[in-house]
Write a protein that binds this ligand. Sequence first.
Ligand code: PLP
Length: 394
Amino acid sequence: MSTTTVSSQLASRMGVLGTETAFEVFAKAKALEAQGKNIVHLHIGAPDFNTPPNIVAAGEKALRDGWHKYTPANGLPDLREAVCEDILRYRGAEVNPDNVLIVPGGKPTMFYAIMMFGEPGAEIMYPNPGFPIYESMIHWSGAKAVPIELKEENDFSFDADSVLSKITPNTRLMIVNTPANPTGGIVQRSEMDKLVAGLEKHPHVTILCDEIYSRQLYDGAEHVSILQYPSLADRAIMLDGWSKTYAMTGWRLGYGVWPDSLIKHAERLQINSTSCANAVTQVAAIEALRGPQDSVDEMLKAFDERRHVMHRELNAIPGISCVMPKGAFYAFPNITGTGRKSQDLENGLLNEAGVACLSGTAFGAMGEGYLRFSYANSVEQIQEGLRRVKEYLA
Ligand code: PLP
């Protein structure tokens, strides 16, 4: 009888596929809670609010109205129209609905883009620290992952000249994320202008801009969208979705705006993987975009209050310092003053202090020296969590 195991038969690329540690920390925290421990959850990448009732009602109605079948692979025409109206309203950019691909969540757009361009010999640039799936997928595709370093001294934005200097003839895709996970940093218009001007000299590079936190901006900051740059119209992909803006992470819906030359390839990847996004969710998403936006404003107001609490309380802990996040709902404090490594501190805080947060290294090697705290939790929970952190470090 053969002793070959199934796991030894796996494609070698499975060995380089990374993960999103947030899901692992979530599982560990739940296991500790099952043992009776009290855990403060400051690791979560989802708004803690429920989906606004008008959207839920639209979803319920869609179920009753019989939206039970496949939709066109690229999404319902009315939803793609609504996406274009939304882009015009919030980004001031005109987009043709034929360039919109509705997908099940924010992730598929990055998955399709990286699959489309990544292969051995190719290079893909990505933010580091950044959303972990970029680096994971680049490795999986066989391409070389070239980090765009985001530094605290630059307010976690990038330096356009330094980014441009890393482009080689093998660079195929560059990923930008603003507002950013995990740092809460945003890209300023002047820096994006410089990057785009520089990219004009590199017509072989496509840019994917992950703008999933575009509505979570504070202090009147403007959202700089890649769609606002006509010179890149033939090679810019814009990723957004409903998860963060409308507290719809579990509904699984997102979209990509793709240039003419790429949209058919993206649609083909969709047909090969998921066929189409959930029909009921798509109908509810039309209500999200066209319905009242008060709930979005209210959630943002709550996030802003918590942002101030988190920033203030983190900076009151000896050994920790934190720049003010400008977008999303994360703080990325520098913990080097504690003398601890990030992963070690994440473990200690979870197991000994009952606080779930994420090591900066969950977002790439350049996250060493940082932790990510999410403020998608109540002011009381944030205060209690950071009280525990302070006590633990003392
Ligand atoms: N892009 C960024 C930067 C994110 O932080 C996330 C989720 O945390 C996603 C994309 C994925 O969003 P979704 O849950 O809709 O797939």
